[in-house]
Design a protein around this ligand. Structure first.
Ligand SMILES: [Zn+2]
Length: 533
């Protein structure tokens, strides 16, 4: 069976994860994996930290620590935050010898096949620090959209930025430093050679990737593709293994694909599935389906550079099947900014609000096609009014009616009930499938069907039915509620566990003639006492 290899875009180890990191890609990946398993499809869900980024160095300087200390601290915090959010990875691999050898094997194979070229490029240079300034070390205006950007690519418009392309460059670590340009010989990956194959790749994706991602690919492919730097003359990162570039390091972004390959193998070993070599799961002959859940900003790298690298491996690896790309999530209508302290840490939020409610609100407001906003006041209002209120009213009505019916006889289920459930499952299923994936629609369906059952139960309550009819009507409501909890279970993980319901999205599972009443767990905006969780 084809396994889906689900990768959470590796978080940079420059601090813990805030709400903007977690909403969208990480919750989305978790929901998708829970769905795949519910319908009997194999999945491996993995991630790891991205330690070699220049952003680790700039964040360490801002925080008054050292890059290795920041990496160690972040690498401990990030998996804890995933766990606190209920994002259940099969593996979160460390940056160990296996990681490094996977990266070196990956780039050396390309080098040995002659896929890289030595090129003299013109790079920004800090006259005071006597250092080349690339990627997160250099700021300036993007030549494509004119927004303030870092080197490499623009996180606003997504376009690549050539080596000396930033307008009015400045040093991130030393704002007043005089910037000049110096030449350096580095290894590059000639992206232009892959143009035709990339165009064909994107034509094949045109019906099932999100439109903004496809639009960027079209814009970028309409212009010459700049050579992509494989090595940089900077000191932070994995040392370049190539004789032409002594003293240089690998561009951190080049680690992205081998990092994904390694964390997949780590996750497989973690779950006892085994993997003879670190790259076995990603090998083309295993016909796996690699899927990356990510933010829009590094789409150029993941969508073009990494795909071209996989092509350059000449059939060794499966090509990325889907990049599920999210837009920016804002905090109180401003960009999240760790450096400005405009941030809500995911772990702090789930210490105060039950994670099901956090996951529900992140899904409802997920930045799927445009930037969306996180606001604590809106979370309280929307979750309270649209989910918790109607849900608890339904729970209370059902508790009352169950008491009226009395002993715990099985409740009869009308022949029409399974077809109502099939209709509900048919609405949820596309929200969890990649081609039509939508956390926001799934969360909205939870609200819609909760309110429908609340009204249904309320009508039953006010009808003064005899005991037999009441049993039959309750049977309809309870079975549909069981199905609703099941459909919601990829998002409301603790509710499903408290109700003893697994994720089931096969209508046949609900073709029964009787069902049981059950105590409906209530939802709360603040943390419940420990014994009810
Ligand atoms: Zn731009």
């Amino acid at each position: 069976m084809t396994a889906t290899l689900v990768i959470c875009g590796p978080p940079t180890s420059n601090g813990d994860l805030h709400v903007g990191h977690v909403a969208g890609p990480y919750v989305g990946a978790d929901v998708h994996v829970r769905y795949l398993r519910a319908v009997g499809r194999e999945a491996v869900f993995a991630s790891c930290t991205d330690d070699s980024q220049t952003y680790v160095v700039t964040a360490a300087a801002r925080l008054g620590t050292t890059p290795p200390e920041l990496v160690a601290e972040s690498s401990a915090l990030i998996p804890e935050t995933f766990a606190a959010m209920g994002i259940e990875l099969d593996g979160f691999s460390p940056t160990d010898d296996g990681y490094r050898s996977t990266v070196y094997d990956y780039v050396t194979r390309l080098y040995d096949k002659g896929k890289f070229k030595l090129r003299k490029v013109r790079l920004p240079y800090g006259e005071r620090s006597q250092q080349f300034l690339v990627e997160g070390f250099i700021g300036g205006d993007c030549p494509t959209c004119l927004a303030d950007s870092r080197g490499g690519f623009c996180e606003g418009c997504g376009h690549p930025i050539d080596f000396d392309g930033l307008i009015e460059p400045y040093s991130i670590l030393d704002r007043g430093e005089e910037i000049s340009y110096r030449e350096a010989e580095i290894l590059v990956f000639p992206m232009e050679e892959y143009r035709e194959r990339l165009i064909a790749f994107y034509e094949a994706k045109s019906s099932n990737w999100r439109p903004h991602a496809l639009a960027l690919m079209k814009e970028v492919l309409a212009k010459p593709l700049p050579d992509y730097p494989i090595t940089y003359p900077v000191s932070w990162g994995l040392p370049s293994p190539f004789p032409e570039t002594p003293g240089q390091t690998l561009n951190a972004w080049v680690e992205g694909m081998p990092a994904s390959i390694y964390c997949t193998a780590w996750a497989q070993r973690n779950t006892g599935a085994g993997s003879p070599e670190n790259d076995t799961a990603w090998r083309a002959e295993n016909a796996a389906r690699p899927v990356v859940f990510m933010g829009f900003d590094p789409l150029y790298v993941w969508g073009l550079v990494h795909v071209a690298e996989l092509m350059a491996h000449e059939g060794r690896y499966a090509l990325t099947d889907t990049l599920l790309v999210n837009e920016f999530y804002e905090l109180e209508s401003e960009k999240f900014s760790t450096s400005k302290g405009h941030v809500v840490w995911a772990r702090d939020l789930v210490a105060e609000v039950p994670r099901d409610i956090v996951r529900f609100y992140m899904c409802l407001s997920a930045p799927e096609h445009a930037r969306t906003n996180f606001s604590r006041a809106t979370l309280t209002k929307v979750a309270g009014e649209r989910l918790i209120g109607p849900w608890n009213e339904l729970a209370a009505t059902l508790a009352k009616l169950t008491a009226e019916v009395g002993d715990s006889q099985p409740l009869p289920v009308s022949p029409q009930t399974p077809s109502r459930i099939a209709a509900m499952i048919a609405r949820f299923t596309p929200c969890y499938e990649l081609e039509t994936f939508s956390l926001s629609r799934a969360a909205d369906l939870i609200v819609q069907y909760t309110d429908r059952l609340r009204q249904h139960a309320e009508r039953v309550r006010t009808q003064n039915l005899d005991r037999e009819t009441l049993s039959a009507r309750l049977g309809e409501v309870f079975l549909q509620l069981r199905a609703l909890i099941s459909c919601s279970a990829p998002i409301l993980i603790d509710l499903a566990a408290r109700a003893g319901t697994e994720v089931r999205l096969t209508p046949g599972d609900f073709e029964v003639s009787t069902t049981e009443a059950f105590p409906v767990p209530v939802l709360d905006l603040s943390m419940p006492s420990t014994d009810s969780r």
